[in-house]
Design a binder for this molecule. Sequence first.
Ligand SMILES: [Fe+2]
Length: 215
Amino acid sequence: MRAPSAPLLSLPTSLGEETGPVFGHAILGDMDHDLVHNFAEPGESAIGPRIIVHGRVTDEAGRPVPNALLEVWQANAGGRYRHKKEGYLAPLDPNFGGCGRVLTDEHGHYEFRTIQPGAYPWPNGGNDWRPAHIHFSIFGAAFAQRLITQMYFEGDPLIPLCPIVGAIPQKDAVQSLIAELDMSRTVPMDARAWRFDIVLRGKRQTLFENRLEGL
Ligand SMILES: [Fe+2]
């Protein structure tokens, strides 16, 4: 119902878009990968279940993709975004901004800290709720190379009820978006961990919202 009805147009990119810029560690702040603290007042932290999200970014052959810039954005623990057009009645958390970013290391690994987002309702079918999710953007070596997806949490009963998830034709593709609880990376008495691996191309490719052709 919400998908475009006409074929997508392919616009040529300019040389500048194809060749630069290249991201480096210098553009990142110390707290960019810590959403628990990166918007909080000194000594404060965001409200909600503390989690670590980590995984690997790989290509179709399983090779790691280093230096990929991941940007993430999400609702707070109550399911509310910090956005001027957000209308959900759940309160804002004054210590949670909901945005972060991180670069993959030489092994293609990334990790960030955040709080588990809440589910939120949206005016689609009258009583539709988005499962808890984190939005991801993955840049390649240039601004023109960008993939966008959403990560869900294993075991969330709202996943099969979500119309947006339901618009994905293949079950495998849905599975590629669900992070698994990873007790091996949990920090005792601090944060649970979830693993979300991202495959950029090939048969096991993660589903990307902006690359749906061929599905
Ligand atoms: Fe969302």
